[in-house]
Design a protein around this ligand. Sequence first.
Ligand code: SAH
Length: 240
Amino acid sequence: MPRYFGEIIGTKAILSENDIHHLTHVLRFKVDQEFEVVFNGDIFRSKIVSIHPFCTEVIEKIEADSEFNQKVTLFFCLAKKDKIEFVVQKASELGATNLVLVSSARSVVKLTQTDFERKKQRYMSIAKEASEQCKRTSILSIDGLFELKKIPLDFLCDKNFVAYEENSGSTLHFFNALKEIHFGESVSIFVGPEGGFEKEEIRFLEKNGFQAVSLGKRILRCETAAVYGLSVIGLFLDRL
Ligand code: SAH
């Protein structure tokens, strides 16, 4: 059943114009066909009552469990536009709660805050679509753009990891640290840009509570590293 993020007002499910178009023109849904609406983290089974004007009715609230029990944040350094779009989609599917975009010393891509705000609209719509498709009940929040040394402290989690390419090799460290995470503890992973981190940046992050970890014996592209990091974290958190 298709799922959309929308609003519930009284007994009606309210969808955006885009979602109405998707439901009635792309999926060609007719009167009496059912869909799901997520509102404030709750899911409502709903049906179409009329197409012109578009009118709906909530049937019932349904239970579902598609979120982690804790916050999971991905800090991701600026990369080429399509890589960020890829990471927004994959981080959504992999259950991340926050994506914080960071500019670091070796980020090849430079963006002004205004450029970023413009691109953010597109990233937010990719995140919404990905969350609907993978049946989440919340949408990845996209934050930034911050310089690596100016990230507000409230973005830090209970456990913070930085994937450091110079540490590539044994993943035992990461494995053991993930085993120690308790129910409800928030977790973050920081992934560097195409050019990697400067040693001094790693030192700064370590001073601020990040633990440098390896993602294995091979050097991954930044977007692969993000997917790997979030997948491994998910494997542990899903067991709590
Ligand atoms: N150009 C760099 C590699 C950068 S890879 C070099 O040649 O050394 C981009 C980012 O992905 C890195 O900053 C790091 O955060 C992450 N990464 C990739 N492979 C990794 C690995 N094996 N271990 C830890 N982090 C890794």
